[in-house]
Design a protein around this ligand. Structure first.
Ligand SMILES: *[C@@H]1O[C@H](CO)[C@@H](O)[C@H](O)[C@H]1NC(C)=O
Length: 315
């Protein structure tokens, strides 16, 4: 009881409702997400190892890709393991501090990912549209600065919302209609006036998602315009296919994020938003290594080299 008075909070745990499906489907969902989680971890760790150990891949573009993979292994690990345990055990409760921790790490990493993806598109823009100035603008030092600022920005920005949520009072009910602790369901459960918080969250979404999205879009438009001027047809086709696949995954990532956080949640929309959330929480980290790295000629070559070395027992 003392705890309640001290904390001004009468709720110490939440219940994550997750997907409203038949109980028989839970085991299917568990297996599906388990396979996705293992594939995500394997793909991203493989890329990190290749990039760190292969000297041919020590260029800014691959440093960004390696750091993206590193971010994505952490990113999925904030959501999927707890989701898998819930699906398997059926225990849907999560403590208030557990919920807040999950919220903090996940949202900070989403923001970092948004910033990093836009930095990566800027890197490609410089390399393709402005090759004369590439070396001057993208030195090892500025590469490190871009990466550092992405992490710092993501984590600092979300400290503000996390601190504000920790000050909210929750008086029940404590059911979160989602599969992880997210901002909007949490705000909806609070019995304080959350007007200011909603404004703050909206501003952060603008800064960390909409702005990077527009920058990314602009970079890709310049890149595509440059590619279309390449005289050889085969070179043009290849560059275009690479670019359009990047643009597709980036648009799905930012697009689902923006729809989920910028549109008000009505009852009819809440299930749809849950499905959209699967895209940026689970599917983006799964497909990014495939789209960005494993399609790449140099990465394929590095992989082949590594396999050859292993076969001859040199590792
Ligand atoms: C991340 O970037 C830094 C500097 O740009 C680089 O030294 C490091 O190897 C990268 N990490 C990975 C896993 O690629």
């Amino acid at each position: 009881m003392t705890f309640y008075f001290l904390n001004q909070t009468s709720i110490t745990e939440f219940i994550l409702l997750g997907f409203r499906t038949l109980p028989e489907l839970q085991i299917f969902l568990f297996l599906l997400f388990l396979v996705i989680y293992m594939a995500t971890m394997a793909g991203n760790i493989l890329i990190m190892v290749l990039i760190v150990f292969d000297c041919c891949l020590h260029t800014p573009m691959y440093f960004f890709l390696g750091n993206l993979s590193c971010l994505e292994t952490c990113y999925t690990s904030t959501i999927l393991p707890s989701m898998l345990t819930t699906l398997l055990s059926g225990d849907r409760t999560i403590s208030f501090s557990g919920c807040l921790t999950q919220y903090y790490f996940f949202t900070s990493m989403v923001a970092t990912e948004c910033l990093l993806l836009s930095v990566m598109s800027y890197d490609r823009y410089l390399a393709i549209c402005n090759p004369m100035h590439y070396a001057a603008h993208m030195s090892g030092r500025s590469c490190l600065q871009f990466i550092g600022c992405s992490w710092l920005g993501g984590f600092l920005g979300n400290s503000i919302t996390t601190l504000s949520i920790s000050q909210l009072t929750f008086c029940g009910p404590n059911d979160i209609d989602h599969f992880f602790c997210d901002l909007i369901p949490l705000i909806n459960l609070s019995c304080n006036d959350t007007h200011l918080m909603e404004m703050l969250a909206f501003t952060l979404i603008l800064i960390f998602s909409l702005l990077p999205f527009l920058l990314t879009l602009m970079s890709y438009i310049c890149i595509i315009a440059t590619i279309l001027r390449i005289p050889s047809t085969t070179g043009r086709q290849k560059a275009f296919s690479t670019c359009s696949s990047h643009l597709t995954v980036v648009t799905i990532f930012y697009g689902t994020l923006l729809i989920v956080y910028m549109f008000p949640t009505t009852n009819a929309l809440s299930d749809f938003k849950k499905v959209l959330s699967v895209f940026y929480t689970v599917l983006t980290p799964l497909v990014n290594p495939l789209i960005y790295s494993l399609r790449n000629k140099e990465v394929k070559e590095a992989l082949r080299k590594a396999c050859r070395k292993c076969r001859f027992g040199q590792c």
